[in-house]
Design a protein around this ligand. Structure first.
Ligand SMILES: NC(=O)C1=CN([C@@H]2O[C@H](COP(=O)(O)OP(=O)(O)OC[C@H]3O[C@@H](n4cnc5c(N)ncnc54)[C@H](OP(=O)(O)O)[C@@H]3O)[C@@H](O)[C@H]2O)C=CC1
Ligand SMILES: O=C(O)C1=N[C@H](C(=O)O)C[C@H](O)C1
Length: 276
C-alpha cells in the first residue's frame, strides 16, 4: 500500500456535520489524499477545510462551492478519484451524476433519494461502467441490527420501527429506517394485520406505512444524534432491537471502507452490508 498512489478524494458537504468528520478521517488515512472540499455555505467560502474540521494544522485546501472545476481537477491524475457526498436530499442526485460524468466514483451518505432516482443513477453508473456506493448508514452497529431484525422477522408478524434524530435533519423517515423496512418486506410477508378497524384521530398518529405493512415513526429533537428501534410484538412478548450513536466518528470506518471498495466496482451498490 505504501508505494501506491493515494486515492484522490473530494468531499462535498465538507463544512457540514458529517463532512467535517470525513475530512478528518480521510486526512488520517495513509492511502487517501484529500484534494477538494466543496460546500455551499456562504460563511465558510475560502476557509481552510482542515481548520474547519478541527485539525491542528491547516490543510491548505479552501472550502469552495465550485463543484465542476473541482471534479475536473480531481479526475486528471492517473489514480481514479472518489467523491464523498454528505449534502442534502435536494442536491445529491445532481452531484452524483456530475461525479460520474467526470469519471469520479461516488460514495453517497446523503439520504432522501427516491427509489426512481436510485434506479436512474444505477442505470447511469452501468452505462459508464462506474462504481457507485449509496450507503444509508455507515455504522457497523446498524448493519448488525438489520441482520438481527431480518432474523427475527421469520418469527414475528408484527413490527414497527421508531427512528429518532436531531432536529436539523431534512428528510423523514430516515434513509436507514426506509432501508430496514425494505429488508423486512423483502422476506415476502405482510406484517401488522389489524384486528380492529383503526381510526386516526390525529393524522399520522400511527406513523407512516412502508411496504408490506411495516410502520415507521420519526422523532426529531435537539439532544439526539441518530437512534433506531425495531420493535417486534407477539402474544405475551416484545423483542426490541436498538442502535444509538453518540458520536459521528462511528460512521468513519464504513466511509473509509467504501472509498476503497468503490474503486473495485463497475456498477451501483446500495448498502454497507454488501461490501463488508
Ligand atoms: N449514511 C450515513 O451513515 C449518514 C448519513 N447522513 C446523511 O448525510 C446528509 C448530511 O448530513 P449532515 O452532515 O448532518 O448535514 P449538515 O446540514 O450538517 O451538512 C450538509 C452540508 O452540505 C452543504 N450542502 C448542501 N447542499 C450542497 C451542495 N449542493 N453542494 C455543496 N454543499 C452542499 C450544506 O451547506 P448549506 O449550509 O449551504 O446548506 C451543509 O454544510 C444527510 O442526508 C444525512 O441524513 C448523516 C449521517 C450518517
Ligand atoms: O441525518 C442523520 O443524522 C442521519 N442520517 C442517516 C439516515 O437518514 O438514515 C443515517 C443516520 O441515521 C444519521
Amino acid at each position: 500500500m505504501a508505494n501506491q498512489t493515494p486515492i484522490p478524494v473530494v468531499v462535498i458537504g465538507a463544512a457540514g456535520k458529517m463532512g467535517r468528520e470525513v475530512i478528518k478521517a480521510v486526512t488520517q488515512a495513509a492511502d487517501m489524499n484529500l484534494v477538494g472540499a466543496i460546500d455551499t455555505t456562504a460563511e465558510y467560502q475560502g476557509q481552510d477545510a482542515g481548520e474547519l474540521a478541527g485539525l491542528s494544522e491547516p490543510l491548505e485546501i479552501p472550502i469552495t462551492n465550485q463543484l465542476e472545476p473541482m471534479l475536473a481537477f480531481a479526475s486528471q491524475g492517473k489514480q481514479l478519484g472518489v467523491m464523498v457526498d454528505f449534502t442534502h436530499p435536494s442536491s445529491v442526485y445532481d452531484n452524483v451524476r456530475s461525479a460520474i460524468a467526470y469519471g469520479l466514483r461516488p460514495v453517497v451518505g446523503t439520504t432522501g433519494l427516491s427509489p426512481e432516482q436510485i434506479q436512474d443513477l444505477a442505470e447511469f453508473a452501468d452505462k459508464a461502467s462506474t462504481g457507485c456506493l449509496i450507503i444509508p448508514n455507515f455504522s457497523i452497529g446498524m448493519v448488525l441490527l438489520q441482520q438481527a431484525a431480518v432474523a427475527a422477522s421469520q418469527h414475528f408478524d408484527h413490527v414497527e420501527i421508531i427512528e429518532l434524530h436531531h432536529n436539523q435533519k431534512a428528510d423523514a423517515p430516515s434513509g436507514t429506517a426506509i432501508q430496514t423496512a425494505q429488508m423486512l418486506a423483502d422476506i415476502g410477508k405482510t406484517y401488522n394485520q389489524s384486528l380492529v378497524e383503526e381510526t386516526e384521530k390525529l393524522p399520522g398518529a400511527r406513523g407512516s406505512q412502508a411496504e408490506e405493512g411495516v410502520r415507521i415513526h420519526s422523532v426529531r429533537l435537539p439532544g439526539l444524534i441518530a437512534h433506531q428501534e425495531v420493535i417486534f410484538g407477539a402474544a405475551g412478548q416484545i423483542y426490541t432491537l436498538r442502535h444509538d450513536t453518540s458520536d459521528r466518528a462511528c460512521y468513519m470506518p464504513g466511509v473509509l471502507l467504501a472509498i476503497r471498495k468503490v474503486l473495485q466496482l463497475k456498477s451501483l451498490v446500495y448498502g454497507l452490508e454488501k461490501i463488508l
